[in-house]
Design a protein around this ligand. Structure first.
Ligand SMILES: *[C@@H]1O[C@H](CO)[C@@H](O)[C@H](O)[C@H]1NC(C)=O
Ligand SMILES: *[C@@H]1O[C@H](CO)[C@@H](O)[C@H](O)[C@H]1NC(C)=O
Ligand SMILES: *[C@@H]1O[C@H](CO)[C@@H](O)[C@H](O)[C@H]1NC(C)=O
Ligand SMILES: *[C@@H]1O[C@H](CO)[C@@H](O)[C@H](O)[C@H]1NC(C)=O
Ligand SMILES: *[C@@H]1O[C@H](CO)[C@@H](O)[C@H](O)[C@H]1NC(C)=O
Ligand SMILES: *[C@@H]1O[C@H](CO)[C@@H](O)[C@H](O)[C@H]1NC(C)=O
Ligand SMILES: *[C@@H]1O[C@H](CO)[C@@H](O)[C@H](O)[C@H]1NC(C)=O
Length: 381
């Protein structure tokens, strides 16, 4: 194979190496670059929402089964051009993380034929950190909640799963497992913003959302988890659906990347509280490795270096699959609806459908995150 490397950017090389790893079905390739392989994880467990659902939503309800995520163009770059319920054109960050660990892709818990030898994925599209009843108490329209499988429900599934797989000695069974608690908690703000809640109301929810995530971390520690990643939120002011809804002529509302400052500040505020809470928890559990997954700065890095990473500078805030307006997004004509076009080359777009990201973006974010987390995981050299 002839690879023409136009620009010898280390990151491009890294992504080519990762790409080659993906081509090897056994993934037993030793990388020259920092990799999670040396951590010797033997299982991965994921809780979360659409950023990491690998097929639970499309299996849990009719709503999911008939959602756009169950059909092409979702999954058009997944092996065999197959829609799996992943909200992207191909792989998600969790897929790249699993491959970098030398493990198979995580099966969704709701898959009756799933093989859970190397872990399980409990994430569900649309899930919130707060229980659905609490969202409804906060005047979120019950019909807008596309799933009730919030964090507490996912933890119940996890409990049931461990009861049947390691009831007698889960600490030993999970000694080399990696847990990802999130990203979760972002949908609270999505539902809230779409239903006209003010930024003040949403800020007021932050302590409660953070607390429920911290409680979930304590629950997984109780199950036997010893290495846990807790991701924060993306800069949501850069996401096409919110950019469309909150479009304004007032140029001072936008930052240097043409993202909405107020929304990014909300995400920063939330992330700051989450990080503080994680630091407190570290004191309480000195023997547990707790790592904040810095999605926000990973995304900023992607934006800052977008052109050298292969993205089209005119499409950084446009959906690849979508139509209409400044951001290629119209909520009445979303990706997967009849006649909605798909961009020629999704690898040059960060955003896939107006809400979720492309495989190309997820791959680079995963590489950045792994690089950031690796020293903190203190894996043997
Ligand atoms: C994937 O399959 C669909 C339908 O079978 C087809 O139209 C499309 O061209 C295929 N895409 C790729 C990238 O192979
Ligand atoms: C599940 O996966 C493991 C490891 O990848 C393999 O050894 C085992 O045979 C698989 N089990 C089934 C029932 O396919
Ligand atoms: C969530 O639970 C409520 C009450 O049990 C039910 O009416 C609703 O249909 C559920 N929603 C979904 C999407 O399953
Ligand atoms: C923005 O300005 C244009 C013309 O300058 C006007 O037509 C439009 O209504 C304005 N939009 C908003 C959201 O203020
Ligand atoms: C524009 O937005 C800024 C801050 O976002 C605000 O202070 C200012 O009053 C706004 N100007 C107009 C004309 O609405
Ligand atoms: C942490 O580990 C050390 C050494 O294995 C042990 O002595 C100590 O009791 C543990 N502390 C806690 C809080 O579990
Ligand atoms: C990414 O962007 C930052 C800020 O512009 C810059 O300092 C850094 O060198 C860039 N990294 C790469 C790999 O281009």
């Amino acid at each position: 194979m002839l690879l023409t490397i136009k620009m010898l950017d280390l990151l491009q090389v890294l992504s080519i190496i990762s790409f080659l790893v993906l081509l090897k079905s056994d993934a037993q390739v030793m990388l020259e670059v920092p990799s999670l392989m040396k951590c010797k994880f033997d299982k991965i467990y994921q809780l979360g929402d659409s950023l990491s659902d690998t097929g639970n939503f499309i299996r849990e309800s009719f709503l999911g089964a008939f959602s756009p995520f169950a059909k092409l163009p979702y999954g058009q770059h997944f092996p065999q051009n197959k829609s799996t319920g992943r909200c992207s054109d191909g792989f998600l960050m969790i897929d790249f993380i699993a491959l970098e660990c030398g493990l198979p892709l995580l099966n969704p818990y709701k898959d009756q034929n799933g093989n859970f030898t190397h872990g399980a994925n409990f994430a569900v599209v649309g899930a919130t950190a707060l229980p659905a009843e609490i969202m409804i108490d906060k005047n979120i329209n019950p019909n807008s909640l596309i799933t009730n499988s919030s964090l507490n429900v996912q933890l119940d599934w996890m409990f049931t799963h461990f009861k049947s797989t390691c009831s007698t000695d889960c600490s030993k069974y999970l000694k080399n497992a990696l847990f990802l608690v999130g990203e979760i908690g972002g949908n609270e703000y999505n539902y809230g913003l779409l239903q006209g809640k003010t930024l003040e109301e949403l800020r007021a929810m932050v302590p409660e959302v953070v607390q429920i995530i911290i409680n979930a971390v304590k629950t997984v520690i109780g199950f036997g988890a010893v290495r846990i990643v807790v991701p924060g939120n993306f800069p949501i002011g850069c996401i096409p659906n919110l950019l469309t809804i909150f479009f304004t002529n007032n140029s001072t509302a936008y930052d240097e990347y043409h993202c909405l400052k107020d929304l990014n500040n909300l995400a920063l505020f939330y992330n700051h509280h989450l990080q503080k809470a994680i630091q407190e928890l570290e004191k309480e559990y000195p023997n547990i490795t707790l790592i904040y997954g810095d999605y926000y700065n990973a995304y900023l890095w992607l934006l800052q270096n977008a052109t050298s990473l292969g993205f089209d500078k005119y499409c950084l805030r446009k959906a690849c699959c979508g139509i209409g307006g400044e951001y290629n997004y119209d909520k009445s004509r979303i990706c997967g609806a009849p006649g909605v076009p798909i961009c020629g080359n999704p690898a040059t777009y960060i955003n896939w459908d107006g809400v979720h990201l492309t495989q190309a973006a997820y791959k680079l974010l995963a590489i950045w995150l792994i690089d950031d987390m690796l020293p903190k995981l203190k894996c043997p050299i």
